[in-house]
Design a protein around this ligand. Structure first.
Ligand SMILES: NC(=O)c1ccc[n+]([C@@H]2O[C@H](COP(=O)([O-])OP(=O)(O)OC[C@H]3O[C@@H](n4cnc5c(N)ncnc54)[C@H](O)[C@@H]3O)[C@@H](O)[C@H]2O)c1
Ligand SMILES: [Zn+2]
Length: 373
């Protein structure tokens, strides 16, 4: 007699963060060895039918085989796009939309993004607009995508006029973060993700900050707990302010006002996003000391945490502070009255938003970035 196959593959231990958005609620699953179970996790959530996986040139060869091996429906297909920010374009979105139409993906179908924030934002935008919106699943493979871009429902592409100027809120139905994928991530990209991890600790969770300040490696045994804490912080903020209308979501912009200005002033080519945010957090930490009562020793701890994760805290020579200051006048997150609103720390683990700062003090903070710690 033969034993019938187990209809429920045994699941590896994993952590789960529920993003509670009522009818748009979903789970973020965090663990290792999860890729061949993506199909099973979807099946458990009623996404049984056709799906199209979207990879980039790096994630396709690495991660298509394990995901594919766990799929038991013939109705799965895949598409691959070039890796890199230039793929987050209307042209690539149009190409993917046509590809989905040619494959006759129906409204009950699912788009699955396998990659970093570029693939997640682009494929998410395609899922949000194809047939006015179909199911979307995120399989983030960068640290930044795991702790930030795969959660919260912001999708979109860039225009020649600026980053993320076209997009839609479209929550995923499921996020599967397999930490083993981080082992193939270039170390510079891992460090860039650490900037956001350090940010979460700084704005909301002192114990998390204390842990990650020592540095984190892709194979650390507690990485699942670290990612879970970051995702939970983002989830709680997104639950309070899903469409970024109430101010709560602004807390996530700690370090981002100057960070975005640095990215813009350097043409988005000198620094990865997380690296620019590292510089922005150093400046915001000192602004917090000068304006919001953060102890100096805490600003220094933020500087050493960034350094421990191999992140920059000093601008590369030749970068013009005046260009950063002028880019600050154009920040996308500027309030309706045209003034920047800053996120500052009162203490480690407690951020407050809505600060208005004088030009002089902002200039002093940008100038600080030309000096070593
Ligand atoms: N939607 C949001 O809320 C949100 C939040 C933050 C950032 N973003 C967006 O995210 C994008 C940046 O995302 P990112 O930092 O993940 O960059 P990315 O998607 O460009 O990935 C970085 C590089 O790593 C490669 N890669 C990805 N996973 C890999 C793996 N496991 N092994 C080897 N190589 C791998 C990619 O091919 C790419 O070359 C930006 O466009 C930004 O605007 C969106
Ligand atoms: Zn960021």
């Amino acid at each position: 007699m033969t034993t019938p196959p187990d209809p429920q593959p045994s699941l590896p231990p994993h952590r789960k963060v529920r993003v509670d958005l009522g009818p748009r609620a979903y789970d973020v699953l965090i663990g290792r060895g999860m890729l061949n179970l993506v199909g099973e996790f979807m099946n458990q959530r009623g996404m049984k039918r056709t799906a199209v996986l979207i990879f980039d040139q790096n994630t396709g060869p690495l991660y298509k085989p394990p995901i594919w091996s766990g799929l038991y429906s013939a109705d799965w297909d895949f598409l691959t796009i070039d890796s890199g920010e230039q793929s987050k374009s209307l042209k690539d979105a149009a190409k993917l939309l046509s590809d989905l139409a040619n494959k006759r993906l129906s409204r009950s179908g699912t788009v699955i993004a396998v990659g970093g924030g570029v693939i997640g934002d682009l494929a998410g935008f395609v899922a949000a607009t194809y047939l006015r919106g179909i199911n979307f699943v995120q399989v983030p493979t960068t640290l930044l995508a795991m702790v930030d871009s795969s959660v919260g429902g912001k999708t979109g592409v860039n225009l020649p006029e600026g980053k993320n100027l076209v997009g839609a809120f479209h929550q995923p139905k499921l996020v599967v973060a397999d930490l083993d994928t981080l082992k193939t991530l270039p170390p510079r990209e891992f460090s860039a993700g650490m900037a956001e991890v350090i940010k979460y600790g700084a704005i909301k969770d002192k114990a998390l900050f204390d842990r990650v300040a020592k540095g984190v490696k892709p194979d650390d045994a507690d990485l699942d707990e670290i990612v879970e804490k970051c995702v939970a912080i983002k989830a709680r903020i997104v639950e309070k302010d899903e469409f970024e209308t109430k101010g709560e979501r602004a807390l996530l912009n700690f370090g981002h006002t100057i960070g975005h200005a640095i990215e813009k002033a350097t043409g988005y080519t000198t620094y990865l996003h997380g690296e620019a945010i590292s510089l922005g957090m150093r400046a915001a930490a000192w602004l917090s000391v000068w304006q919001a009562g953060l102890p100096e020793s805490d600003a220094r701890r933020i500087e050493s945490a960034l350094t421990a994760s191999c992140l920059p805290v000093t601008l590369k020579p030749g970068i013009d502070c005046a260009a950063i200051l002028s880019a600050l006048g154009n920040d996308k997150k500027v309030a309706a009255d045209g003034r920047n609103r800053w996120v500052l720390l009162k203490k480690l683990g407690e951020a407050t938003s809505g600060w208005e700062l004088s030009g002089d003090v902002v200039e002093k903070a940008v100038d600080l970035l030309t000096k070593p710690i």
